[in-house]
Design a protein around this ligand. Structure first.
Ligand code: NAD
Ligand code: AHE
Ligand code: ZN
Ligand code: ZN
Length: 374
Protein backbone atom coordinates (compact mmCIF):
# COMPACT_ATOMS: atom_id res chain seq x y z
CA UNK A 1 0.00 0.00 0.00
CA UNK A 2 1.31 3.45 -0.89
CA UNK A 3 2.14 5.57 2.15
CA UNK A 4 0.08 8.71 2.79
CA UNK A 5 0.83 12.02 4.47
CA UNK A 6 0.44 11.52 8.22
CA UNK A 7 0.04 13.74 11.25
CA UNK A 8 2.91 13.77 13.70
CA UNK A 9 3.62 15.33 17.04
CA UNK A 10 6.74 17.48 16.71
CA UNK A 11 8.69 20.11 18.63
CA UNK A 12 9.10 22.94 16.13
CA UNK A 13 11.82 25.59 16.36
CA UNK A 14 9.97 28.49 14.74
CA UNK A 15 12.76 31.04 15.24
CA UNK A 16 16.22 31.53 16.76
CA UNK A 17 16.31 31.56 20.53
CA UNK A 18 12.63 30.76 21.03
CA UNK A 19 11.48 27.77 23.04
CA UNK A 20 10.41 24.84 20.90
CA UNK A 21 6.70 24.69 20.26
CA UNK A 22 4.67 21.47 20.34
CA UNK A 23 2.73 21.11 17.12
CA UNK A 24 0.90 18.53 15.06
CA UNK A 25 2.68 18.65 11.72
CA UNK A 26 2.12 16.94 8.38
CA UNK A 27 4.77 14.46 7.34
CA UNK A 28 4.72 13.51 3.66
CA UNK A 29 5.33 9.95 2.53
CA UNK A 30 8.89 8.95 1.73
CA UNK A 31 9.86 9.66 -1.87
CA UNK A 32 12.26 7.68 -4.07
CA UNK A 33 15.23 6.48 -2.01
CA UNK A 34 13.67 7.75 1.23
CA UNK A 35 12.37 6.15 4.41
CA UNK A 36 9.81 7.33 6.97
CA UNK A 37 10.76 6.40 10.52
CA UNK A 38 8.70 6.30 13.69
CA UNK A 39 10.94 7.65 16.40
CA UNK A 40 11.05 5.70 19.65
CA UNK A 41 13.54 7.86 21.52
CA UNK A 42 15.96 10.71 20.99
CA UNK A 43 18.73 12.24 23.01
CA UNK A 44 19.25 15.99 23.27
CA UNK A 45 22.77 17.04 22.28
CA UNK A 46 24.50 20.36 22.84
CA UNK A 47 24.55 20.87 19.07
CA UNK A 48 20.74 21.15 19.08
CA UNK A 49 21.05 24.00 21.59
CA UNK A 50 23.90 25.52 19.57
CA UNK A 51 21.75 25.72 16.45
CA UNK A 52 18.72 27.02 18.35
CA UNK A 53 20.91 29.74 19.88
CA UNK A 54 21.66 31.25 16.47
CA UNK A 55 25.39 30.47 16.58
CA UNK A 56 25.15 27.93 13.76
CA UNK A 57 25.79 29.52 10.36
CA UNK A 58 23.69 26.73 8.86
CA UNK A 59 20.76 27.27 11.24
CA UNK A 60 17.57 27.67 9.25
CA UNK A 61 14.08 28.18 10.66
CA UNK A 62 11.41 27.00 11.10
CA UNK A 63 12.89 23.59 11.55
CA UNK A 64 12.57 20.40 13.57
CA UNK A 65 15.77 19.85 15.55
CA UNK A 66 17.13 16.58 16.95
CA UNK A 67 19.79 14.23 15.60
CA UNK A 68 20.42 11.55 18.26
CA UNK A 69 17.56 9.16 17.67
CA UNK A 70 16.46 5.58 17.47
CA UNK A 71 13.37 4.46 15.61
CA UNK A 72 11.52 1.88 13.54
CA UNK A 73 10.93 2.01 9.79
CA UNK A 74 7.26 2.91 9.18
CA UNK A 75 7.27 3.03 5.36
CA UNK A 76 9.74 3.06 2.49
CA UNK A 77 9.87 4.95 -0.78
CA UNK A 78 10.46 3.63 -4.28
CA UNK A 79 13.70 1.77 -4.81
CA UNK A 80 14.62 1.40 -1.14
CA UNK A 81 16.26 -1.98 -0.65
CA UNK A 82 18.53 -1.82 2.39
CA UNK A 83 15.79 -1.44 5.03
CA UNK A 84 12.22 -2.67 5.32
CA UNK A 85 9.18 -1.80 7.41
CA UNK A 86 9.79 -2.79 11.02
CA UNK A 87 13.58 -2.55 10.94
CA UNK A 88 15.24 -0.79 13.87
CA UNK A 89 17.35 2.12 12.71
CA UNK A 90 19.56 4.91 13.95
CA UNK A 91 19.38 8.13 11.88
CA UNK A 92 22.73 9.34 10.59
CA UNK A 93 23.61 13.00 10.22
CA UNK A 94 26.73 11.73 8.50
CA UNK A 95 25.34 9.42 5.81
CA UNK A 96 27.28 6.76 3.96
CA UNK A 97 26.50 6.42 0.26
CA UNK A 98 29.51 4.22 -0.46
CA UNK A 99 30.02 5.76 -3.88
CA UNK A 100 31.07 9.42 -3.52
CA UNK A 101 34.72 10.50 -3.61
CA UNK A 102 34.75 10.79 0.17
CA UNK A 103 33.23 7.38 0.84
CA UNK A 104 35.60 5.77 -1.64
CA UNK A 105 38.70 7.53 -0.29
CA UNK A 106 39.00 5.25 2.71
CA UNK A 107 40.26 8.36 4.54
CA UNK A 108 37.12 9.90 6.00
CA UNK A 109 33.58 9.23 7.18
CA UNK A 110 32.38 12.57 5.78
CA UNK A 111 30.16 11.34 2.92
CA UNK A 112 29.27 14.38 0.81
CA UNK A 113 26.58 12.86 -1.40
CA UNK A 114 23.73 14.92 0.13
CA UNK A 115 25.69 17.40 2.28
CA UNK A 116 24.63 20.48 0.31
CA UNK A 117 20.86 19.96 0.57
CA UNK A 118 21.19 18.63 4.13
CA UNK A 119 22.89 21.88 5.18
CA UNK A 120 19.97 23.81 3.69
CA UNK A 121 17.41 21.84 5.68
CA UNK A 122 16.15 19.98 2.63
CA UNK A 123 15.87 16.44 1.34
CA UNK A 124 18.20 15.52 -1.54
CA UNK A 125 15.57 16.56 -4.13
CA UNK A 126 15.59 20.09 -2.69
CA UNK A 127 12.21 19.94 -0.94
CA UNK A 128 10.98 19.34 2.60
CA UNK A 129 8.67 16.62 3.93
CA UNK A 130 7.39 18.63 6.92
CA UNK A 131 4.69 21.30 6.98
CA UNK A 132 2.17 22.87 9.31
CA UNK A 133 -1.01 24.39 7.87
CA UNK A 134 0.75 24.67 4.52
CA UNK A 135 3.86 26.39 5.97
CA UNK A 136 6.98 24.43 5.07
CA UNK A 137 9.24 23.36 7.93
CA UNK A 138 12.92 22.58 7.35
CA UNK A 139 14.76 19.40 8.26
CA UNK A 140 17.79 19.58 10.58
CA UNK A 141 21.05 17.70 10.05
CA UNK A 142 19.08 15.42 7.76
CA UNK A 143 17.51 13.75 10.80
CA UNK A 144 14.90 15.91 12.67
CA UNK A 145 14.42 13.44 15.49
CA UNK A 146 12.25 15.76 17.61
CA UNK A 147 9.27 14.50 15.61
CA UNK A 148 7.24 11.36 16.16
CA UNK A 149 7.70 10.61 12.44
CA UNK A 150 10.60 11.80 10.32
CA UNK A 151 11.77 11.18 6.77
CA UNK A 152 15.38 10.41 5.86
CA UNK A 153 17.31 9.32 2.80
CA UNK A 154 18.02 5.60 2.86
CA UNK A 155 21.75 6.35 3.00
CA UNK A 156 21.18 8.16 6.30
CA UNK A 157 20.05 5.12 8.24
CA UNK A 158 22.03 2.50 10.09
CA UNK A 159 20.08 -0.74 10.54
CA UNK A 160 20.77 -2.08 14.01
CA UNK A 161 20.09 -5.20 16.06
CA UNK A 162 16.41 -5.09 17.16
CA UNK A 163 17.42 -6.55 20.53
CA UNK A 164 19.07 -3.26 21.47
CA UNK A 165 16.81 -0.90 23.44
CA UNK A 166 16.33 2.15 21.23
CA UNK A 167 15.82 4.23 24.41
CA UNK A 168 19.54 3.72 25.09
CA UNK A 169 21.23 3.10 21.74
CA UNK A 170 19.77 6.36 20.42
CA UNK A 171 22.80 7.88 22.16
CA UNK A 172 24.97 6.13 19.59
CA UNK A 173 23.35 8.39 16.98
CA UNK A 174 25.67 11.15 18.13
CA UNK A 175 27.24 11.71 21.55
CA UNK A 176 28.64 8.38 22.61
CA UNK A 177 29.89 7.36 19.17
CA UNK A 178 31.45 10.79 18.71
CA UNK A 179 33.46 10.69 21.92
CA UNK A 180 34.50 7.04 21.75
CA UNK A 181 35.22 7.22 18.03
CA UNK A 182 37.37 10.34 18.33
CA UNK A 183 39.62 8.45 20.75
CA UNK A 184 39.68 5.12 18.94
CA UNK A 185 39.48 6.13 15.25
CA UNK A 186 40.66 9.71 14.96
CA UNK A 187 43.46 9.77 17.53
CA UNK A 188 43.98 6.00 17.74
CA UNK A 189 45.03 6.27 21.37
CA UNK A 190 47.32 3.40 22.28
CA UNK A 191 47.82 1.43 25.50
CA UNK A 192 49.78 3.38 28.08
CA UNK A 193 49.17 6.80 26.47
CA UNK A 194 48.36 9.90 28.50
CA UNK A 195 45.15 11.72 27.63
CA UNK A 196 43.50 15.03 28.59
CA UNK A 197 39.80 15.52 27.89
CA UNK A 198 38.25 18.98 28.15
CA UNK A 199 34.51 19.09 28.92
CA UNK A 200 32.67 16.31 30.76
CA UNK A 201 29.35 16.40 28.93
CA UNK A 202 28.06 13.47 26.92
CA UNK A 203 30.89 13.79 24.43
CA UNK A 204 33.78 14.18 26.86
CA UNK A 205 32.56 11.36 29.11
CA UNK A 206 32.32 9.10 26.07
CA UNK A 207 35.89 10.04 25.22
CA UNK A 208 36.79 8.96 28.77
CA UNK A 209 35.20 5.56 28.07
CA UNK A 210 37.14 5.33 24.80
CA UNK A 211 40.41 6.19 26.54
CA UNK A 212 39.74 3.62 29.26
CA UNK A 213 38.97 0.97 26.63
CA UNK A 214 42.23 1.88 24.88
CA UNK A 215 43.99 1.32 28.24
CA UNK A 216 45.38 4.84 28.46
CA UNK A 217 47.62 5.09 31.52
CA UNK A 218 46.36 8.49 32.58
CA UNK A 219 43.03 10.10 31.72
CA UNK A 220 42.80 13.71 32.88
CA UNK A 221 39.25 15.10 32.91
CA UNK A 222 38.87 18.87 32.88
CA UNK A 223 35.65 20.76 33.61
CA UNK A 224 34.53 23.91 35.41
CA UNK A 225 31.48 22.03 36.76
CA UNK A 226 32.77 19.66 39.42
CA UNK A 227 29.45 17.81 39.64
CA UNK A 228 30.60 15.98 36.49
CA UNK A 229 33.64 14.47 38.17
CA UNK A 230 32.02 11.52 39.98
CA UNK A 231 30.84 10.00 36.72
CA UNK A 232 34.13 10.85 35.00
CA UNK A 233 36.00 8.90 37.70
CA UNK A 234 33.53 6.01 37.50
CA UNK A 235 34.12 5.77 33.75
CA UNK A 236 37.89 5.78 34.10
CA UNK A 237 39.26 9.29 34.63
CA UNK A 238 42.39 9.13 36.79
CA UNK A 239 42.56 12.88 37.51
CA UNK A 240 39.79 15.50 37.61
CA UNK A 241 40.80 19.14 37.29
CA UNK A 242 38.86 22.37 37.59
CA UNK A 243 40.78 25.16 35.78
CA UNK A 244 39.22 27.65 38.21
CA UNK A 245 41.36 26.18 41.01
CA UNK A 246 44.55 27.50 39.38
CA UNK A 247 45.93 30.95 38.76
CA UNK A 248 47.87 29.88 35.69
CA UNK A 249 46.76 28.59 32.29
CA UNK A 250 45.39 25.07 32.50
CA UNK A 251 47.79 23.90 29.77
CA UNK A 252 50.72 24.81 32.05
CA UNK A 253 49.16 22.84 34.88
CA UNK A 254 48.76 19.77 32.68
CA UNK A 255 52.26 20.05 31.20
CA UNK A 256 53.68 20.06 34.74
CA UNK A 257 51.50 17.15 35.84
CA UNK A 258 52.53 14.98 32.91
CA UNK A 259 56.26 15.57 32.52
CA UNK A 260 55.97 17.74 29.41
CA UNK A 261 52.41 17.25 28.24
CA UNK A 262 49.93 14.57 27.25
CA UNK A 263 50.12 12.30 24.23
CA UNK A 264 46.53 13.11 23.21
CA UNK A 265 43.96 15.75 24.09
CA UNK A 266 40.32 16.24 23.13
CA UNK A 267 38.25 19.43 23.21
CA UNK A 268 34.62 18.53 23.88
CA UNK A 269 33.13 21.96 24.63
CA UNK A 270 33.15 24.21 21.55
CA UNK A 271 35.22 26.99 23.16
CA UNK A 272 38.04 28.28 20.94
CA UNK A 273 40.14 29.37 23.93
CA UNK A 274 39.92 25.89 25.42
CA UNK A 275 40.85 24.46 22.00
CA UNK A 276 44.10 26.40 22.29
CA UNK A 277 44.72 25.07 25.80
CA UNK A 278 44.01 21.56 24.55
CA UNK A 279 46.62 21.88 21.83
CA UNK A 280 49.19 23.49 24.09
CA UNK A 281 48.90 20.86 26.83
CA UNK A 282 50.18 18.28 24.33
CA UNK A 283 53.70 16.92 24.48
CA UNK A 284 56.34 18.53 22.28
CA UNK A 285 57.35 16.38 19.33
CA UNK A 286 54.28 14.15 19.11
CA UNK A 287 51.23 15.30 21.09
CA UNK A 288 47.97 15.30 19.14
CA UNK A 289 44.92 17.40 19.92
CA UNK A 290 41.48 16.60 18.50
CA UNK A 291 38.80 19.29 18.20
CA UNK A 292 35.34 17.81 18.69
CA UNK A 293 33.44 20.82 20.09
CA UNK A 294 31.53 22.97 17.63
CA UNK A 295 32.26 26.70 17.80
CA UNK A 296 29.90 29.46 16.72
CA UNK A 297 29.86 31.50 13.52
CA UNK A 298 32.80 33.87 13.25
CA UNK A 299 34.91 32.14 15.92
CA UNK A 300 38.48 31.20 15.05
CA UNK A 301 41.24 29.18 16.70
CA UNK A 302 44.76 30.45 17.19
CA UNK A 303 48.10 29.40 18.61
CA UNK A 304 51.74 30.17 17.94
CA UNK A 305 52.71 28.24 14.80
CA UNK A 306 55.78 27.20 16.82
CA UNK A 307 53.44 24.82 18.66
CA UNK A 308 52.98 22.91 15.39
CA UNK A 309 56.55 23.39 14.15
CA UNK A 310 57.65 21.61 17.30
CA UNK A 311 55.62 18.55 16.52
CA UNK A 312 52.17 18.98 18.01
CA UNK A 313 49.32 18.02 15.69
CA UNK A 314 45.91 19.70 15.55
CA UNK A 315 43.05 17.76 14.01
CA UNK A 316 39.26 17.47 14.20
CA UNK A 317 36.68 14.73 14.35
CA UNK A 318 33.04 14.51 13.23
CA UNK A 319 30.85 11.66 14.49
CA UNK A 320 34.01 10.06 15.83
CA UNK A 321 35.23 9.30 12.33
CA UNK A 322 32.65 6.50 12.25
CA UNK A 323 31.05 5.41 8.96
CA UNK A 324 27.46 5.11 10.01
CA UNK A 325 26.03 2.34 7.88
CA UNK A 326 28.98 -0.02 7.88
CA UNK A 327 30.42 0.64 11.35
CA UNK A 328 27.68 1.89 13.70
CA UNK A 329 25.85 -1.49 13.90
CA UNK A 330 29.08 -2.89 15.36
CA UNK A 331 28.99 -0.26 18.14
CA UNK A 332 25.49 -1.49 18.97
CA UNK A 333 26.80 -5.07 19.12
CA UNK A 334 29.63 -4.03 21.42
CA UNK A 335 27.12 -2.30 23.68
CA UNK A 336 24.96 -5.45 23.69
CA UNK A 337 28.05 -7.50 24.53
CA UNK A 338 28.50 -5.31 27.61
CA UNK A 339 31.73 -3.62 26.53
CA UNK A 340 30.32 -0.25 27.64
CA UNK A 341 27.19 1.05 29.32
CA UNK A 342 24.84 3.75 28.09
CA UNK A 343 22.57 4.04 31.13
CA UNK A 344 25.21 6.08 32.99
CA UNK A 345 24.65 8.91 30.54
CA UNK A 346 20.90 9.08 30.85
CA UNK A 347 20.35 11.44 33.75
CA UNK A 348 16.81 12.38 32.69
CA UNK A 349 13.99 10.92 30.61
CA UNK A 350 10.88 12.81 29.56
CA UNK A 351 8.16 13.20 26.96
CA UNK A 352 8.61 15.37 23.87
CA UNK A 353 6.27 17.92 25.45
CA UNK A 354 9.00 18.62 28.05
CA UNK A 355 11.82 19.08 25.54
CA UNK A 356 12.42 22.71 26.59
CA UNK A 357 13.19 21.44 30.10
CA UNK A 358 15.88 19.24 28.57
CA UNK A 359 17.54 22.36 27.15
CA UNK A 360 17.25 24.12 30.52
CA UNK A 361 18.87 21.16 32.32
CA UNK A 362 21.72 21.17 29.80
CA UNK A 363 22.33 24.91 30.15
CA UNK A 364 22.23 24.63 33.95
CA UNK A 365 24.84 21.85 33.82
CA UNK A 366 22.43 19.43 35.56
CA UNK A 367 22.16 16.74 32.88
CA UNK A 368 24.48 14.57 30.87
CA UNK A 369 21.85 13.32 28.46
CA UNK A 370 18.11 13.71 28.53
CA UNK A 371 16.37 11.04 26.48
CA UNK A 372 12.96 11.90 25.08
CA UNK A 373 10.55 8.95 24.86
CA UNK A 374 7.80 9.17 22.23
P1 NAD B 1 27.52 19.50 27.18
O1 NAD B 1 26.96 20.86 27.29
O2 NAD B 1 26.73 18.36 27.71
O3 NAD B 1 28.96 19.44 27.89
C1 NAD B 1 29.90 20.45 27.82
C2 NAD B 1 30.75 20.38 29.08
O4 NAD B 1 31.79 21.37 28.98
C3 NAD B 1 29.97 20.70 30.37
O5 NAD B 1 30.22 19.71 31.34
C4 NAD B 1 30.54 22.05 30.80
O6 NAD B 1 30.54 22.22 32.21
C5 NAD B 1 31.94 21.99 30.23
N1 NAD B 1 32.56 23.31 30.05
C6 NAD B 1 31.99 24.44 29.56
N2 NAD B 1 32.91 25.43 29.50
C7 NAD B 1 34.07 24.92 29.97
C8 NAD B 1 35.39 25.44 30.14
N3 NAD B 1 35.67 26.70 29.83
N4 NAD B 1 36.35 24.63 30.63
C9 NAD B 1 36.06 23.34 30.96
N5 NAD B 1 34.83 22.79 30.81
C10 NAD B 1 33.86 23.56 30.32
O7 NAD B 1 27.84 19.27 25.63
P2 NAD B 1 28.00 17.93 24.77
O8 NAD B 1 26.66 17.49 24.29
O9 NAD B 1 28.89 16.99 25.49
O10 NAD B 1 28.76 18.54 23.48
C11 NAD B 1 30.06 19.07 23.63
C12 NAD B 1 30.50 19.76 22.35
O11 NAD B 1 30.67 18.80 21.32
C13 NAD B 1 29.50 20.78 21.81
O12 NAD B 1 30.22 21.85 21.23
C14 NAD B 1 28.79 19.99 20.71
O13 NAD B 1 28.22 20.86 19.76
C15 NAD B 1 29.95 19.22 20.16
N6 NAD B 1 29.66 18.01 19.40
C16 NAD B 1 30.46 17.74 18.33
C17 NAD B 1 30.30 16.57 17.61
C18 NAD B 1 31.18 16.25 16.47
O14 NAD B 1 30.86 15.32 15.71
N7 NAD B 1 32.28 16.94 16.29
C19 NAD B 1 29.27 15.68 17.98
C20 NAD B 1 28.50 15.98 19.09
C21 NAD B 1 28.69 17.15 19.81
N1 AHE C 1 26.71 23.62 10.90
C1 AHE C 1 27.89 24.02 11.62
C2 AHE C 1 28.80 22.89 11.98
C3 AHE C 1 28.14 21.92 12.93
C4 AHE C 1 29.05 20.73 13.04
O1 AHE C 1 30.27 20.86 13.02
N2 AHE C 1 28.47 19.56 13.15
C5 AHE C 1 29.23 18.34 13.37
C6 AHE C 1 28.35 17.41 14.09
S1 AHE C 1 27.85 18.02 15.66
C7 AHE C 1 26.84 16.82 16.19
O2 AHE C 1 26.42 17.10 17.43
C8 AHE C 1 29.61 17.66 12.06
O3 AHE C 1 29.49 16.47 11.86
N3 AHE C 1 30.10 18.41 11.15
C9 AHE C 1 30.43 17.94 9.84
C10 AHE C 1 29.45 18.46 8.84
O4 AHE C 1 29.59 18.16 7.66
O5 AHE C 1 28.52 19.18 9.25
C11 AHE C 1 28.66 25.08 10.87
O6 AHE C 1 29.61 25.62 11.45
O7 AHE C 1 28.27 25.38 9.71
ZN1 ZN D 1 25.20 15.78 18.55
ZN1 ZN E 1 29.37 9.06 0.16
Amino acid sequence: MTAQTIKSKAAVAWAVGQPLSMEIVDVMPPQKGEVRVKMIATGVCHTDAFTLSGDDPEGIFPCILGHEGGGIVESIGEGVTSVKVGDHVIPLYTPECGECKFCKSGKTNLCQKIRETQGKGLMPDGTTRFSKDGVEIYHYMGTSTFSEYTVLPEISLAKVNPEAPLEEVCLLGCGVTTGMGAVMNTAKVEEGATVAIFGMGGIGLSAVIGAAMAKASRIIAIDINESKFDLARKLGATDCINPKDYDKPIQDVIVELTDGGVDYSFECIGNVHVMRSALECCHKGWGESVVIGVAGAGQEISTRPFQLVTGRVWKGSAFGGVKGRSELPEYVERYLAGEFKLSDFITHTMALEQVNEAFDLMHEGKSIRTVIHF
